[in-house]
Design a binder for this molecule. Structure first.
Ligand SMILES: Cc1cc2nc3c(=O)[nH]c(=O)nc-3n(C[C@H](O)[C@H](O)[C@H](O)COP(=O)(O)OP(=O)(O)OC[C@H]3O[C@@H](n4cnc5c(N)ncnc54)[C@H](O)[C@@H]3O)c2cc1C
Length: 408
């Protein structure tokens, strides 16, 4: 009987886990003895980092283009229950419930936008999932049809000034004006308001990088309201914790990410984002046949106390490592300790502008058009799998250099 490797979620981590598992099974000459099965909500690898962009075209990669030729089984459905005693996962599919057994499991179900408990939260938009980004775009199309007329129609409120908040705030005008142009209408001078809970935006950056962000927001005429939270949303505006009401028909929540709720099926302490702590081989201490990779995993990355962050650069590498180690574990080979330590951030700051930082202090390395070019190089090329399946397979080695590094 073949050994079963089950992978839940096929974002960056799950996709690369699957390819890496096949590659390693071939190296061990065990391909015929292994079945890799992936459960994912849909048939795509969604390029989440680009969901804030002006156009949603090309942001999904068809999984079966890679999986089919490699005999990776893709099941479209939602994993609902993980039974670690029985080594089984219950999956809800269009055709009913399925019970899948595993010898090894890789949990790579990613993260979701943090829920905030405020009245009218369902009226907010997001760029967390492809459907969320599509809903925002459809809404802007509806507003464009009425030339963004009406109370608050031409004001966009963005709640949360993390990297995604900065990207939405600096790009949404261009997106709305592109939609207007598609409808043969003239551009509008939209108002953009960025809400931040902390006293200052960008406090996760080094001083220089933070100053650059603050200056850019000023130059781009983005109103920043700091030291407040979003307290409620109605069809025509946002209420803030200081009592202000901002008339807006488009409130976008970018308040941060939390790990997939599937992490709750595992015992043990989680970090403040709900992520599972894993050992250097990406295994859960209580269940060595379960590995976690991507946004759902917290992996120590150095002796200074830094651990992985929810980002593609980690998710891709963790995936490659997890697939490799799962196969080695299944066939009695030594596991490979995770050893990727570098960290960069790239942020899009709208037309002609972007910023690259390096290291855990997030030191400013490039900005302006140069920063933008690097950002686009990373997100439109380097985080995509190679077109050719064989090349993608070769790229699935854990040792393959960090894509962000090779962009710098
Ligand atoms: C707008 C935005 C901008 C970003 N920008 C950047 C950036 O510039 N740089 C960067 O490094 N990172 C960025 N990120 C973060 C990056 O996208 C994530 O770190 C990365 O996607 C995580 O990969 P993952 O594979 O762990 O999870 P995900 O990409 O979240 O993939 C998880 C997959 O699992 C599926 N899934 C979840 N639950 C289940 C279930 N129960 N059953 C079946 N399938 C399930 C999901 O549908 C999805 O396909 C950004 C994220 C967003 C939302």
């Amino acid at each position: 009987m073949k050994k079963e490797l089950l992978i839940i979620g096929s974002g960056f981590a799950g996709f690369w886990s699957a390819l890496s598992a096949i590659r390693q099974s071939r190296e061990l000459k065990k391909e015929e003895e292994l079945q890799v099965t992936v459960v994912n909500r849909d048939e795509y690898l969604t390029i989440r980092p680009r969901l804030y962009e002006v156009s949603l075209e090309g942001l999904r990669v068809e999984l079966n283009k890679y999986f089919k030729p490699l005999h990776i089984k893709l099941i479209i459905g939602k994993a609902e229950i993980i039974n670690t005693e029985q080594n089984q996962v219950t999956v809800a599919t269009e055709h009913g419930t399925r019970l899948l057994s595993y010898d090894y499991l890789i949990l790579s179900s990613g993260s979701v936008l943090k829920a905030i408990n405020i009245p009218g939260i369902e009226k907010t938009f997001n760029v967390d999932t492809f459907n969320g980004a599509q809903k925002l775009e459809d809404h802007l199309v509806q507003l464009a049809k009425k030339n963004f007329s009406g109370d608050g129609a031409s004001t966009f409120v963005i709640a949360g000034s993390g990297l995604t908040g900065l990207e939405v705030a600096t790009v949404i005008r261009e997106k709305a004006n592109k939609i207007l142009a598609d409808h043969h209408q003239k551009p509008i001078d939209f108002k953009v308001v960025l809400i931040e809970k902390a006293e200052k935006v960008g406090n996760y950056y080094s001083e220089k990088a933070q100053d650059y962000v603050i200056e850019t927001l000023k130059t781009k005429d983005i109103t920043v309201i700091a030291g407040v939270t979003l307290d409620g949303v109605s069809h025509n505006g946002a209420r803030l914790s200081d009592g202000q009401f901002i008339a807006s028909q488009t409130v976008v929540s970018t308040v941060g990410l939390v790990a997939s709720s599937l992490s709750s099926f595992f015992k043990g302490e989680k970090d403040k984002q709900g992520r599972l702590h894993v050992n250097e081989y990406l295994q859960l201490e209580e269940h060595h046949n379960v590995l976690a990779a991507g946004d759902v995993a917290n992996v120590p990355v150095d002796s200074q106390g830094n651990s992985s962050v929810m980002a593609c650069q980690f998710s891709m590498f963790l995936g490659k490592w997890a697939g490799h180690n799962a196969v080695n574990g299944l066939f009695g080979q030594a596991l490979k300790p995770y050893n990727y330590t570098d960290y960069v951030t790239c942020v899009d700051l709208g037309q002609q502008d972007g910023m690259l930082t390096t290291g855990w202090e997030r030191t400013l390395l490039s900005s302006g058009i140069e920063g933008k070019t690097i950002k686009m190089e990373v997100t439109t090329k380097l985080i995509y799998p190679a077109e050719d399946v064989q090349t993608a397979l070769e790229d699935s080695y854990p040792e393959v250099p960090n894509v962000s590094q090779s962009a710098v």
